[in-house]
Write a protein that binds this ligand. Structure first.
Ligand code: PEP
Length: 249
């Protein structure tokens, strides 16, 4: 099955509602005839505003995280039910900032992924190694573990609603990009792991994004690689003049 490209912007903890609305308006206009699949993930506070602007466009609405429970006494958390109510279609889970700053482990990421899928949200599951893990030759092992553990209990029927984002932690927000060859090698490895878990057809069709300092000047070379099916973009997604050229690479 031919895989399409999927370009997503993670706005992280940036933008007021007015700023988010301005960017969403620009992207809707600039990508109206774009040929790929697109998503923006604003902060929770701007989701409702951006939802109204991207509705009916070719840009999907994503959230950057969700709670591990459906509802209850979880001060400060936001549930999948609340996200769905706002029109969110996809949730980013296991982002390295969640794993490393907020100490989310594979078990928690997996429970969130299963809950999101159960409630009809798609999932972008982020995996990626730290610099010291790469230098110790453990990049593949780390990505294998985060992929296997993250997907535990997720059925073959649900897998088409999961995108994997390979985001080497040392490349996120640092200006250091993995070379297209290094990234492609890990993508191929993750695809092999998916094949072991779900079979070769699933491995062929799963979309694997690259994330880590994707910019207008390196996007095309990354996307040209056989196993790279899109990008999860942080810094460069915050402005139309940097995100649009990536999205239209
Ligand atoms: C990210 O946080 O998902 C990311 C890839 O960030 P940046 O593009 O800024 O490296």
């Amino acid at each position: 099955m031919a895989r399409g490209y999927f370009i997503a912007g993670n706005w992280k903890m940036h933008k007021t509602r007015a700023e988010a609305a301005a960017l969403a308006r620009e992207l809707v206009a600039a990508l109206a005839d774009g040929g790929h699949k697109y998503l923006v993930a604003p902060s929770f506070t701007a989701l409702e505003t951006v939802a109204a602007l991207v509705r009916g466009s070719n840009i999907l609405l994503g959230a950057q995280n969700c709670a591990v429970e459906e509802e209850g006494a979880h001060t400060g958390e936001v549930s999948v039910l609340q996200l769905k109510d706002l029109g969110v279609q996809t949730v980013i889970l296991g982002h390295s900032e969640r794993r490393h700053i907020y100490k989310e482990d594979d078990g928690l990421v997996n429970r969130k992924a299963r809950l999101a899928l159960k409630h009809g949200l798609d999932v972008i599951l982020c995996v990626g190694e730290l610099l010291e893990e790469r230098e110790a030759g453990k990049a593949e092992a780390v990505c294998r573990q985060q992929t296997v553990e993250g997907l535990k209990g997720i059925s073959a029927a649900e897998l088409p609603r999961v995108t994997i984002a390979y985001e080497p932690v040392w490349a996120i927000g640092t200006g250091k990009t993995a070379t297209p060859e290094d990234a492609d090698a890990i993508h191929a490895y993750i695809r092999k792991v998916i094949g072991e878990l779900y079979g070769s057809a699933a491995a062929e069709s799963i979309v694997i994004q690259y994330g880590g300092s994707v910019k207008p000047d390196n996007a095309a070379a990354l996307m040209a690689k056989e196993n790279i099916d899109g990008a999860l973009v942080g810094g460069a997604s915050l402005r139309a003049d940097t995100f649009v050229p990536i999205a239209r690479f």
